[in-house]
Write a protein that binds this ligand. Structure first.
Ligand SMILES: *Cc1c(COP(=O)(O)O)cnc(C)c1O
Length: 603
């Protein structure tokens, strides 16, 4: 995707009209709204919080997920039980009057939207539209289409994706929005491209679409892929596509190369119809290019929304010393000068809050209380096998020795397994078993149930070291280590995802070296704990404080959505290199008011 024009178009602001329409299956909007499952949703929420802070003209579309993601309960053996979390959208959102319809199988499904108003720091509002099919006009089945996030089977999922993608495009139109750019956050939203193509054809048959029609859709779409695990990409069989989407659409999608290995592949669909695609870290973009070599896939490294994830004690510290940090996260670089004692006392408050929470929840019953003096490791994320939560227990005797030498070691785990992920659930039970076997006076292992936004904030700020052990190269980015860094907490992690960019050995944390197998990587993990982490922790608090502040300064100032959103606006939404004179002229000739404002702005 090299610029073909010798006169690139410079664009330094947002268009004076029109907006970005951001589509995501899950968005962590408010801790009380169960509309997210994990990393993807938290990233989407953090992205929107930063677009609101920075005044980016944007509206977001998602599903209402009336029954939420699930609430996790773990029994004394670590067996997971899942309870629905029903919530009432009217408590947080305003109902829009507009109604649109989509066709699902041979039915017409009516969709409404709930508007949530996300306010930025300076009063700019980003509306989030939560699409909802729970309407009297719809059949019982269809009323439940927007109930469960990642629930049901793949038939249910494809129907939800029609509501999100095609329903969202129609809803944007019904609400009178002028959209410059459609951003698909992960392949779940890829059907929005079909919605656009159909609207382009005035509702005519897709078979009539020309290359120019397709090109016109491409001009409006950008795509972010989020997983290097191929099973993580949504795929549907030809039979499902024919039945649920319809024969005409399916034939057209097949012709346009959106099938791979006989399956409709939503990532391929999104890539085919996007003028810009990106992965979520440098390494992830590389892996994505290997998976889809026919496409240019750039990289925009993830971040987190600093004001959301910096704990109260650190907010006070930063407000006192670097008052502009919320407006411009680059000021966090100056955290390099924060007084060591103040860092230590802010962290001590975070650690106490976490340990009090652990005590209040009482972990599982046999566990004695945790000590604020003891080195505490945190490991919390979705319980998926590639994240290898049990790697720490590869050699229990060695772990025991390290704990003894450290004057004790505390490890706090948390994480939900997807309801249909048997191996992930087994992993939780394994940790419970290991915890019961190896916990003693020096080594204490706790698993907290129902990992969510609030617990995530408490854990990433309150532990001493954040641990991540994914099997390379399956971690696209990972963002919890970034939340830890914003609270001065260093990471001890496999060099995958964001950590390749964030790790400066001994300065912002430590890398677990690549090994031939799990045992070799576990051995490196122990080695780093024993030779680097523990000695520094025991040596002198001021030295640990210096490690904390350099972690905050170096990684906090970069791995945030303030920087990330700026990269999206400059490189994906309104980039210099893609806004070529030729394209602009063509758009101008169409007498479309979508882009010319940008020309006036730059004249
Ligand atoms: C930040 C966060 C995640 C992301 O976890 P990673 O494994 O670091 O990507 C998942 N779940 C919750 C609740 C979070 O807050």
């Amino acid at each position: 995707m090299q610029p073909t024009s010798s006169k690139p178009f410079y664009y330094e602001s947002f268009p004076s009209s029109g907006l970005v329409a951001y589509f995501s299956m899950e968005i962590a909007i408010d801790p009380r709204m169960p509309t997210y499952s994990g990393g993807l949703g938290v990233l989407a929420g953090d992205t929107l919080r930063s677009t609101a802070d920075q005044g980016v003209p944007l509206a977001a579309f998602t599903l209402v997920h009336r029954k939420g993601y699930f609430q996790q309960h773990l029994d004394e053996n670590g067996v997971q039980r899942e309870d629905i979390q029903p919530w009432n959208p009217a408590d947080f959102c305003t109902e829009e009057k507009a109604r649109v319809t989509v066709s699902v199988e041979d039915r017409t499904v009516t969709v409404r939207a709930w508007r949530y108003e996300l306010m930025g720091r300076f009063g700019h509002m980003v509306p989030i539209y939560l699409l909802d099919t729970d309407l009297e006009e719809n059949s019982g089945w269809d009323r439940g289409l927007t109930d469960h996030l990642y629930g049901g089977d793949s038939n249910y999922r494809l129907q939800q994706e029609i509501v999100l993608g095609m329903g969202g495009v129609r809803m944007a139109k019904a609400l009178g929005q002028r959209v410059n750019v459609y951003h698909m956050n992960e392949g779940h939203a890829a059907l929005l491209t079909l919605g656009l193509l159909e609207s382009q054809l005035g509702g005519g048959p897709l078979g009539a679409a020309t290359e120019a029609d397709i090109e016109q859709v491409r001009d409006q779409c950008v795509f972010t892929t989020h997983t290097p695990v191929s099973a993580g990409h949504d795929r549907f069989s030809t039979e499902q596509a024919n039945r649920i989407l319809g024969g005409d659409r399916t034939a057209r999608l097949e012709k346009m190369g959106c099938f791979r290995d006989g399956m409709l592949n939503m990532t391929l669909l999104a890539l085919r119809f996007s003028r810009n695609a990106n992965g979520v870290a440098m390494q992830h973009a590389k892996v994505s290019r290997q998976m889809f070599p026919e496409f240019t896939i750039n990289s925009i490294t993830n971040g987190v929304h600093a004001p959301t994830w910096v704990s109260e004690p650190f907010q006070q510290l930063l407000d006192a010393h670097l008052p502009a940090w919320r407006r411009d996260n680059l000021y966090l670089r100056s955290a390099i000068d924060l007084p060591e004692q103040e860092i230590l006392s802010a962290h001590a408050r975070n650690k106490n809050a976490l340990l009090n929470e652990v005590a209040a929840r009482n972990g599982f019953s046999a566990n004695p209380a945790l000590s604020p003096k003891v080195l505490t490791l945190g490991f919390a994320r979705r319980a998926a096998t590639y994240k290898r939560a049990t790697l720490l227990f590869t050699d229990p005797e060695r772990l025991q020795e390290i704990a003894a030498a450290a004057g004790g070691l505390q490890i706090i785990f948390a994480g939900k397994a997807h309801p249909q992920d048997g191996p992930g659930k087994a992993l939780i039970q394994q940790i419970f078993e290991d915890a019961a076997k190896y916990s003693n006076g020096v080594l204490r292992i706790i698993y907290l149930e129902n990992y969510d936004w609030d617990l995530g904030a408490m854990l990433t700020a309150g532990v001493d070291v954040w641990v991540n052990t994914p099997r390379r190269p399956y971690e696209a980015s990972g963002t919890s280590g970034m939340k830890a860094a914003l609270n001065g907490v260093p990471s001890l992690s496999i060099l995958d995802g964001w950590w390749i960019e964030g790790c400066i050995e001994g300065v912002t944390g430590w890398a677990i070296e690549d090994g031939a197998d799990d045992a070799a990587e576990a051995s490196s993990l122990y080695e780093k704990l024993e030779k680097a982490v523990v000695p520094l922790f025991l040596e002198a608090p001021e030295k640990w404080a210096r490690l904390m502040r350099i972690t905050l300064a170096v990684n906090g100032s970069f791995f945030n959505t303030n920087r990330m959103v700026r990269q999206y606006t400059r490189n994906a939404y309104y980039p210099v290199k893609l806004i070529k004179q030729a394209k602009l002229q063509r758009l101008e000739e169409r007498a479309d008011d979508r882009l010319p404002d940008m020309m006036t702005l730059n004249a």
